[in-house]
Design a protein around this ligand. Structure first.
Ligand code: SF4
Length: 234
């Protein structure tokens, strides 16, 4: 580990990592209901509900939500109390007024979600992460996503210590930018989300990782120094 910020992998290495992750992702795709939404705006709702919540907990709430609100107009006309009651199991009831406003705002646009970053970002309850997630996962627009799992993963690829501030660092953004392909963005970003949730976890499962020491500096150092990683695996 050095003191200077890590540099992103070169193009060839990035493409190799992309291919490996996308391949892993296709094999381990998690078929959450919002990953194949019948209506695009439900994809946006899912990304809002998924923030700081566990996906498994979101499933029943999401299903009730989309049944009750097939259209943004219905969400915009619902009472805040009703929306609160639906999302309360996620501890997100305070977001109910924002969701109601979101329904109203989308109604003004014929129920369509804009595919423009700035327009999305200005919607009630939609921040930078939800914008990037919606664009890349539901609209096919290339956009990089950075959450705490992805920060941890990049920290390991580069063998760089990360903390709560790292996600805003230029080097980290440049790194994820380099890793993110130009095409098939939703395939890659779903793979990245699933891989960092299933394999490169807090205690990394290096023994089943398709990247290994060839691409992961942290793993390479563990092996070179014969030091066990958090998993106790050398
Ligand atoms: S080798 Fe281990 S630490 Fe490196 S990316 Fe894979 S799971 Fe994460």
């Amino acid at each position: 580990m050095g003191n200077s910020p890590p540099t992103p992998p070169d193009d060839i290495t990035s493409k190799q990592i992309q291919t490996i992750l996308a391949g892993w992702g296709k094999q381990h795709f998690r078929p959450f209901p919002w990953r194949t939404p019948l209506k695009e705006w439900h994809g946006l709702i899912a990304e809002i509900l998924l923030q700081r919540t566990r996906a498994a907990n979101v499933i029943p709430v999401y299903q009730i939500f989309i049944q009750r609100f097939p259209l943004p107009q219905q969400l915009g006309m619902a009472s805040v109390e009703e929306i609160e009651n639906i999302i309360r199991p996620l501890g997100l009831h305070w977001r109910a007024p924002l969701l109601k406003k979101l329904g109203q705002k989308l109604s003004e646009n014929d129920g369509c979600v804009p595919h423009d970053e700035q327009a999305l970002n200005s919607l009630p309850g939609v921040g930078a992460y939800v914008t990037a997630a919606f664009l890349s996962l539901h609209a096919g627009v290339r956009s990089i996503i950075i959450d705490s799992n992805i920060v941890r993963f990049v920290g390991r690829l580069s063998d760089c210590l990360v903390d709560g501030e790292t996600r805003r660092k230029k080097w980290l953004i440049a790194y994820v930018e380099a890793l993110t392909p130009l095409n098939d963005i939703n395939v890659f970003n779903y793979a990245l989300l699933d891989f960092t949730m299933e394999v490169c976890t807090t205690i990394p499962k290096c023994d089943i990782c398709p990247l290994g020491e060839r691409y992961c500096a942290y793993r390479k150092r563990n092996i070179a120094e014969k030091t066990p990683n958090e998993c106790g695996i050398i």
